[in-house]
Design a protein around this ligand. Sequence first.
Ligand code: ADP
Length: 227
Amino acid sequence: LEAKLRRNERLAALGRMAAGVAHELRNPLSSIKGLAVLLKGRVAEDPEGRRTADILVQEVERLNRSISELLDYARPEKLQTSTIALHEVLEKASTLVGVDAAAQNIRIVPSLTLDNDLVEVDEDRMNQVFLNLMLNAIQAMPDGGELRIVTEREEGWLICSINDDGVGIAEENMGRLFDPYFTTKSDGTGLGLALSAKIVEEHGGSISISSRLGRGTQVRLQLPAVT
Ligand code: ADP
């Protein structure tokens, strides 16, 4: 609990900083990107130059993603909730990652058979959570595999698990997954899980992760059910 409180404090501080910093960075970044694309056109003949310009554009895009994620912390805490079926939120998110999944030979296998799976959620924010989790699963399966999405009911809770048979997570990293900026990816921001946990906690729920290195990962999300 103490770790959780510390994390929330850190996230709140991040949020206050984010809005200001983001505005300062956005404009020069879009100039840099525009100029990089221009440069790329100019050096089209030179493979080395083209590679360099590509990296420049990619890195600017990465910075833009980081800024968007930072800004999410700065958004007002107040959720815009409505009552909606969990499977609808999940289906929307799976459709959005469908192209990425197919490109990597990943089959999305939904098992969303509950009779009543109503939740009261901020649809945009939960969509963002599921996108984060599904993209993580996809990135963990570079050689293809199965992304299984399962919903279950447990007393007053709806449980949704996102399962992959990907690379898994090393034991020594398990304790840091939800830390802002913890990433093992060369192009990661390390904000996906921190932000997702924060959003789910704002909904009165929680996220937990279990994994076996080389076997796969299960992310289990628990939300209050609407009765
Ligand atoms: P990012 O995806 O930008 O790295 P996240 O906060 O979403 O940031 O994830 C943090 C880290 O947790 C990842 O870098 C990765 O090491 C690990 N991780 C998260 N989801 C998975 C998964 N499904 N399989 C393997 N590792 C994962």
